[in-house]
Design a protein around this ligand. Sequence first.
Ligand SMILES: *Cc1c(COP(=O)(O)O)cnc(C)c1O
Length: 419
Amino acid sequence: MKTATKCIQTGYVPKNGEPRVLPIFQSTTYAYDSSEELAKLFDLTQDGHMYSRISNPTVAAVETKVNALEGGVGAMMTSSGQAASLISILNITESGDNFLCFSNLYGGTTNLFSVTMKKLGIEARFINYSMSDDEIRALADDRTTLLFAETLANPSLEMLDIRRYADLAHSLGIPLVVDNTFATPILCRPFEWGADIVVHSTSKYMDGHAEVVGGMIIDSGNFDWKDYPGLTEPDESYHGIVYTESFGKAAYITKCRTQLMRDFGSTPEAIPAFLLNMGLETLHIRMQRHSENAMAVARHLSKHPKVAWINYPGLESDRWHALASKYLEGGYSGVISFGTVNGKEGAQRFMDSLKMARIVVHVADLRTCVLHPASTTHRQLTDEQLENAGIKPEFIRLSVGLEDIEDIISDIDQALEEV
Ligand SMILES: *Cc1c(COP(=O)(O)O)cnc(C)c1O
């Protein structure tokens, strides 16, 4: 199946006489005829649902769809994107370990990595795109477990050279974990370029309607976990099961669910999963239109006298255009960042003068919206962290929606008049 077909036809497939549309299985639990059968589920020797903290049929259908879109061996939905990032790391990282990550990550991720992870005894070692491979290698040691990156960074819109960093990670014997939220599998499939694990905040384009918070972890099945004892040695909490032996290529994603989801309980519910599924059914069309609208807005802004600078990977003049053109297919997504003239005050003037586009703590949904990261999502970061994340005081993140392009541009123009 091609991507558009996968959006619509994968996941839930009804059998003869069953509902055409994914049913909402709003049930915490599942009934069995014999306790022996249930015991097999607890031993992980038989597939099936037992308790919705661990799995649920509605959620499972959505996991299957996203797994098909990314081209993995298995996926696990989580209650938020934050939970997905957290679990993707804790699944192979323990107290005393460290991991490498880029400094341009989403602000919430940077908080999680630099503050909360530290309290768990896990050290995030920050790297950036100006470092050489040798400089990055010098930061790794035998307790380094992974390299974490965003494909298209939120909000700096820097494009990851996926192949380069996958090769670098593999030369260190560690997997590349990428947050593919802004690109979505419609525009970029990181596994095709060597990434090993993909995570998503499904709260953004995947849901697309700003309705439900959620996350997803997808396993490529390609990484060899031989140096990760958590996967190759017996798990006491499952009668000594060894994930790599029992689950082969799906060892990582199975452990995510049976161990970490079981214990942490950052569980997605059936109704949010149903809504996410509905969003995914139109993701291919929405990403195309988001990209077209954003390109038109970016071209317009790039010529506007009240605009000091603009980042959009679709513009030929953009620093990341060549890399983005290599890795993105069918568009450059819908987010633009730019600075107005007159610094922070100009930016605030612009934002407060918008009539249709609203100021919201969100991005990547069908309604055009704006945000000033330095005073909101990235407020907790120090000035140095802000600079490393590529965020200036006048930085505006503009998420271009699916309204008529003429209405979007006229709203922006009247607000720029006020700057
Ligand atoms: C929003 C976001 C997250 C966090 O996801 P939530 O669903 O809000 O928990 C992680 N990464 C990126 C790139 C995001 O944009």
